[in-house]
Design a protein around this ligand. Sequence first.
Ligand SMILES: Nc1ncnc2c1ncn2[C@@H]1O[C@H](COP(=O)(O)OP(=O)(O)OP(=O)(O)O)[C@@H](O)[C@H]1O
Ligand SMILES: [Mg+2]
Length: 281
Amino acid sequence: MKQLLAPCIGALVQFFSLPFGLSKRRNFQMGLVVSLLNHKGGVGKTTSTINIGAGMVELGKRVLLVDLDPQANLTLSLGAPRVKDTIYEALRGECELNPVQIKPGLDVVISTLDLSGAEMELINEAGREFILRELFETVIEDYDFIFIDCPPSLGLLTLNALTSSNLVLIPLQTEFLAVQGLAKIKQVIDKVGFRLNKNLRIGGVIATMFDSRKVLNNNVVEIIRKHFGDQVFDTMIRDTVSLAEAPSVQQDIFAYKPGSKGAEDYLNLCKEILARIEREG
Ligand SMILES: Nc1ncnc2c1ncn2[C@@H]1O[C@H](COP(=O)(O)OP(=O)(O)OP(=O)(O)O)[C@@H](O)[C@H]1O
Ligand SMILES: [Mg+2]
């Protein structure tokens, strides 16, 4: 099995060979914008955005979630009210960002399928990579964290997320093919960091949907950890049915099943993220 995984190691070494984590960031403060990014679909971006956001609320933080995916999975998963001014209208310059409250401490900017046309519609717009960053200026002081749920692509929407972010968190499903895209993600983040946003850093990799009974899951984790140690978050998000059920009742995991493994994992992950931020000062 480990031989099967060998081709991935080269890509991973390349991915992690440049400065990683928060170590280069000085004067780390709250009001942080964090993108959840992986152009691979179905790896746990939306689930992690929702439940890291809700976990931070449990820890007393003020959180805004931004649904930047035309699939609008985050919007639907939280049962957010269908207001007229979505992220689509805001990106088109027709309105300011319009956060709606999900519960005390947790707001959302909703998405809509219309957003699928935005990349084409904004193609000739001057400064089109910075529209989201501009929109954040009016709301950034109202929150400790803004978490952006990126679409499974590396197009203009994702570029807008990266130019407005301080940190990128990369959810990684603990499956063989999941590690294949890491070099590409790193390349895009490096380019954006070099050309468009000097504040951008990779905050860490989150192992998702981990099942300790599966040999493959364990091997992928072992390989990632062996080579990259601390750079992967210690907390792994276990494969657990309550995390998949929560969206069907339009709740985050802390509202749906506060005592569940999913709630435990995401709360531990939030604590680890905060500890890293504090440690790196
Ligand atoms: N830890 C977990 N345990 C069980 N199911 C999970 C877990 N995390 C996510 N899922 C389920 O896996 C599916 C994909 O997760 P999610 O929608 O968060 O991925 P995504 O990366 O946002 O996908 P997309 O790229 O399509 O936006 C969903 O049905 C979700 O409920
Ligand atoms: Mg998603």
